[in-house]
Design a protein. Structure first.
Lengths: 110, 240
């Protein structure tokens, strides 16, 4: 697995982007989706995912819905209206960051 | 591979033994652990115990097999910690505190934008002034009652409904409502310096403070009700 510290700052953007593409998702589903999309390159640990989800919920970017699934309760996360707007901003910020890094690391490609 | 009801119950008991006492924290952890164990058993071909152990470590908890030499005999033992679950609960607690403070502030702003609330606020102030002019001692008692209204509300709901007990959401909503009481205490200690003792303080003090904090008290009660209704909805789905 690659250096996870490099991905750390982008975790909230990753979560927001995934929730923007899906109507609602639960915690474990997010970790599995990221693992599948990155072909196992990025594994989000439980210790990193939930603090990020709870933070986004506290900031009013995510809303929560509880439903009964297979003999247990499941907490689904979905974007609020503010969350949808913030996703656009965060993705723009990330694209800008990638562009800057590209210019620094590989000026020929930038 | 789906876990049986008994296996899910086993994981819930395992969480209780690991001191995850709040049911609203447990429900999220339980779903994650059950999903991960099911996945590991089906895709990695490992047993229930092995899968649970892997997930236990995944949350940052420890499970170590150790050996110590004691009187020429080598003794083996197991050490397990719930540090990861503790961290999970602490973090959620912190974020819930932020969420309710933000919610209270937003409710307060919205309230001041409604004509209905201004009417209510003016009526409360006029009632206090009238009571104070007729019977100052009574206004003192009513003022005190208004200030402890969120506490009375919290106690009432705790008594009335099981969903409020051992709920981190409700515990944090209560703690956020206590902010008014802390603000009152602060103003009391600032003003106390000018009087010989508490009894010599004018009855009007409570009236002024109660009127000043009334919008905050009213907002706290609204936030309380919102948290209560959301919590009750999840609790009624039956945990297990």
């Amino acid at each position: 697995m690659s250096n996870s510290k490099l991905y750390k700052g982008s975790l909230t953007t990753i979560i927001l982007k995934l929730l923007n593409e899906h109507d609602k998702m639960y915690g474990y589903e997010i970790t599995q989706k990221v693992k599948a999309l990155t072909k196992g390159e990025l594994k989000i640990t439980e210790g990193a995912l939930y603090p990020a989800l709870h933070k986004l919920e506290a900031e009013g970017l995510l809303d929560v819905e509880v439903a009964k699934v297979d003999n247990r309760l499941r907490k689904y996360y979905k974007l609020t209206e503010t969350g949808t707007k913030e996703t656009v901003n965060k993705l723009e910020e990330l694209a800008e960051y990638i562009k800057t890094m590209q210019a620094l690391v590989n000026p020929k490609l930038a | 591979m789906k876990l049986t009801k008994e296996e899910i119950k086993f994981i819930d008991n395992y969480l209780i033994k690991n001191e995850v006492k709040f049911w609203d924290v447990r429900l999220e952890l339980l779903d994650h652990i059950v999903s991960a164990v099911e996945d590991k058993m089906a895709n990695d071909g490992i047993s229930f115990n092995e899968a649970l152990l892997e997930v236990h470590r995944g949350f940052g908890n420890q499970f170590i097999e150790f050996g110590v030499s004691k009187d020429r005999i080598f003794e083996k033992g197991l050490y397990q910690s719930n540090i990861g679950f503790k961290k999970f609960t602490r973090n959620k607690q912190k974020e819930l505190g932020r969420k309710y403070r933000k919610m209270t502030w937003n409710h307060l702003k919205t309230k001041f934008l409604t004509f209905k609330f201004w009417l209510e606020y003016i009526a409360v102030i006029l009632s206090f002034i009238t009571i104070y002019q007729i019977k100052p001692e009574l206004s003192f008692l009513i003022g005190l009652l208004v200030l402890i209204l969120p506490t009375i509300y919290s106690a009432y709901y705790t008594f009335k409904d099981k969903s409020t007990r051992k709920s981190l959401n409700f515990a944090m909503a209560t703690s956020s409502a206590m902010l008014v009481w802390s603000m009152y205490n602060l103003s009391y200690y600032i003003l106390k310096e000018n009087y010989e003792n508490a009894a010599s303080m004018p009855d009007g003090f409570f009236v002024v403070v109660a009127c000043l904090f009334y919008p905050m008290i009213r907002t706290n009660i609204d936030v309380y009700r919102k948290v209560y209704e959301e919590n009750k909805k999840s609790f009624s789905l039956k945990f297990l």
